[in-house]
Design a protein around this ligand. Structure first.
Ligand SMILES: [Ca+2]
Ligand SMILES: [Ca+2]
Length: 406
């Protein structure tokens, strides 16, 4: 840690302490109202899609591709040589990519630093040739979030990753000052997207990217609100694909790994409580295997932030400092929970680090609590918290090597 960086930490902490005391009181009193109004009113347009979910449970088993082994990549979109429709030509025009597992990262990138750490891990996987990061889609509506993500992508050597945002229908209330510290300083943190309004909509990119991939290959890692994924499920056929959203997901997606629910403690969890309607749509209708990173898995995996190194030019490290100061954490480096990093690990390296529980069905009850019901025909499985300290240390070491700057 350089002296410059220590000074940045101290000054940031002083500046934010007074503001945060006031905000904490205000946020607590607003939470119930936000859940009741923002979470439901914004997504009323999805009601028709939700009504179509009654038949989902009956055919989940037949739609479910195997979870164990990645299928070999063919390098071309399925069906592209059979019928060269304008949609397929458009899909094929997306740049070719290396042979990693195609991954879409759907994130809120707000309220905590762990989405940033999850994104850094994905860049580590890409550098190792293990994934091809097709797109980052954002479920939080804010002008600085796309520039922030672009700065992180640029720092990790992938400045042209597709970024798309939910736009004006998304959750918009959050603790995001750490975005702005990076987004507003393009001289120190180079990036060429200056406002989230410059990028495409998440739904458009989700459909476009899925349509271009071979069948049953795409891993979606979701670490935020379920709004984008619920809109995807409810989307009609269009010029990108003749498939409606649910059929497109069933055809293209291999696995959904999602940070959601607080099953073990039986309490409302942030992602699901902020947009419960969308979370219910996803858990009711998603037609592929789903692994669920519920609260207590990530809560018991401290993330080694010091693995980010000590460069003041690292946007993730700077964001971590500002987030820590905002959250009134008093020392640095601290070790935040690894809710979203655990989900990335489970999506990209299933069975390698985190075990899975029995099959079942996850539902969100009227009190916004996630409940898990074992069911041999269910397509949901809960990630299991490692209880062995050796296993925990192995996971922490994997986190550290993935986020280290190349
Ligand atoms: Ca860029
Ligand atoms: Ca998140």
């Amino acid at each position: 840690m350089t002296e410059t960086f220590a000074e940045l930490w101290q000054s940031t902490l002083r500046r934010h302490r007074r503001v945060e005391r006031w905000r904490a009181v205000k946020l607590r009193s607003a939470l119930v109202a936000i859940t009741a109004t923002v979470g439901l009113a914004s997504y009323a347009g999805l009601q028709a899609g939700a009504a179509g979910g009654a038949d989902v449970a009956t055919d989940l088993a037949s739609l479910r591709p195997p979870l164990e082994q990645p299928e070999p990549r063919t390098g071309s979109a399925a069906g592209a040589d059979a019928d060269e429709s304008p949609a397929q030509v458009a899909a094929a025009a997306i740049a070719p990519r290396p042979d990693g597992v195609p991954v879409i990262f759907d994130t809120d990138m707000v309220n905590s630093i762990d989405d940033s750490l999850a994104l850094a891990m994905l860049h580590g996987y890409e550098d190792r040739g293990m994934i091809d990061l097709l797109a980052v889609t954002v479920s939080y509506d804010d002008a600085a979030v796309a520039p922030y993500i672009d700065a992180v992508d640029t720092w990790y050597g992938h400045p042209d990753v597709t970024i798309a945002v939910i736009g004006a229908n998304g959750v918009a209330e959050g603790r995001d000052a750490f975005h702005r510290q990076v987004a507003d300083d393009a001289a120190r943190f180079p990036h060429d997207i200056t406002d989230s309004a410059q990028v495409d909509r998440a739904l458009s990119q989700l459909r476009r990217r899925l349509a271009a991939e071979p069948d049953h290959t795409v891993v979606i890692v979701s670490t935020g609100f379920s709004t984008n994924l619920a809109q995807l499920l409810a989307s009609p056929a269009d010029d990108v694909s003749p498939l409606d959203g649910r059929s497109l997901v069933a055809a293209k997606v291999k696995l959904l790994a999602i940070t959601a629910g607080d099953v073990v403690r039986g309490q409302p969890e942030f992602n699901t409580a902020r947009d419960p309607l969308s979370a219910r749509i996803v858990f009711d209708q998603w037609p592929t295997p789903v692994v669920v990173g519920e609260w207590h898995v990530g809560a018991n995996l401290p993330f080694p932030v010091d693995a980010l190194g000590a460069s003041p030019d690292n946007p993730v490290l700077t964001a971590a400092v500002h987030y820590g100061a905002n959250a009134l954490l008093v020392g640095f480096p601290y070790q935040p929970p690894s809710f979203d990093p655990a989900t990335v690990l489970a999506g990209v390296e299933p069975d390698a680090y985190l075990g899975l529980g029995e099959p079942g069905r996850l539902t969100i009850d009227e009190q916004l609590v996630a409940r898990f019901t074992p069911d041999p025909n269910g397509n949901h499985r809960l990630l299991q918290r490692p209880t062995d300290p050796v296993a925990t240390a192995r996971i922490t070491a994997r986190f550290a090597e993935l986020v280290a700057h190349p």
